[in-house]
Ligand binder design. Structure first.
Ligand code: 10E
Ligand code: SF4
Length: 330
């Protein structure tokens, strides 16, 4: 293992390791949920969509007997299905009920919070501008709470396209895993069109997303290369690459595994920044540090911008059970 050293080494090869990085409370809870479901009910356990957007997590759980499906219609009558951490629309819940499926909801409580905001503003007959990425599962679940009130704002062009009924009854809400800076740009553009637009009652971009962006920003300008461990379909992981580049990193790449690092990226590089998305087990980061140490990057300095202490209770359906309290895919 590489040496962990707080001392600043002038010049030479070094790694700056972001903290916080990796698993957030919602991901840890969702992975434990699936593990407990397997423990209590035995295989197969069905999971609608990827429980979290990480290849390693999904492959590991699949080996243990999880069957990932795209829709609940693929689950046999009476089967047990877990809803992923990204949340589902009421239509998905209804379909599962109609097919007599047993369900466990692993939606992150911070995603559920946004669903509740949508319901509240829809009840008050607001037009809701949901800032988020088209086609992302979280956005589909959130807008599905009140499709007739929600309009998706992804790009700058979308700001021009949206239509409202009453300028005093417009609110913006957002996906939890967006770039904080890019979202504020979109809000400014919306506010230019709709000066009376209301803000969300509290931040929708969650603590984990914003903390990981703050940490990568703190080190990016010192880095010749920032390696972000995370999967291609992970919104928050992708955002870390963009934030690193915007904050001054000379180069940045998203990788699932150390084996995906192209040695050419390291040409002329002294300082390598390392971080990981909220769905990434830290073992993958440790493997990357090992890989880098074998190529001379032995000096690892942690850059800490926050200490996270948040954890969430397990879904109601599992709470009475004692046992696993930390996920084993870490
Ligand atoms: O693509 P995302 O970043 O939304 O998902 P992820 O599974 O990579 O990370 C966890 C984030 C969740 C569940 C959405 N809030
Ligand atoms: Fe919850 Fe945020 Fe993690 Fe998403 S990224 S699961 S909202 S804590």
């Amino acid at each position: 293992m590489p040496a962990y050293d707080d001392a600043h080494v002038a010049g030479g090869k070094r790694v700056l390791l972001a903290k916080p990085r990796g698993y957030c409370a919602g991901v840890d809870r969702a992975v434990i949920t699936v593990e407990k479901a397997l423990e209590i009910h035995g295989a197969p356990v069905y999971v609608r969509k990827e429980i979290v957007h990480n290849r390693h997590v999904v492959d590991t759980l699949r080996e243990r007997g999880v069957i990932f499906v795209d829709e609940t219609s693929e689950v046999p009558e009476g089967g047990l299905v877990v809803f992923s951490a990204h949340g589902v629309s009421p239509a998905v819940r209804t379909e599962a009920e109609e097919r007599n499926l047993r369900t466990i909801d692993a939606t992150c409580p911070l995603v559920t919070k946004v669903h509740k905001e949508v319901n509240r503003f829809a009840r008050d007959d607001y037009d809701i501008m949901l800032i988020g990425h088209e086609g992302h599962e979280e956005v589909e679940g959130t807008s599905g709470e009140a499709p007739e009130h929600v309009q998706l704002v992804d790009t700058e062009e979308d700001v021009e396209k949206v239509q409202i009924r009453d300028p005093s009854k417009v609110v913006w809400l957002s996906q939890t895993t967006l770039s904080v800076d890019e979202t504020m740009e979109r809000v400014d553009q919306l506010r230019e069109r709709f000066p009376e637009i209301s803000d969300p009652p509290s931040d929708d971009i969650c603590y984990a997303t914003s903390n990981r962006q703050v940490a990568v920003k703190a080190m990016a300008a010192e880095c010749d290369l920032v390696l972000v461990v995370g999967s291609r379909n992970s919104s928050n992981s992708q955002r870390l690459v963009e934030v690193a580049l915007q904050a001054g990193a000379r180069d940045s790449h998203l990788i699932d595994y150390a084996s995906e690092v192209d040695e050419a990226w390291l040409d002329g590089v002294e300082t390598v920044g390392v971080t990981s998305g909220a769905s990434v087990p830290d073992v993958l980061v440790m493997e990357l540090l090992e890989w880098l140490s074998e190529r001379g990057w032995l000096d690892v300095q942690e850059v800490t911008t926050a200490n996270e202490k948040i954890s969430f209770a397990l879904p109601r359906e599992l709470r009475s059970d004692s046992g696993t309290t930390r996920s084993s895919v870490r």
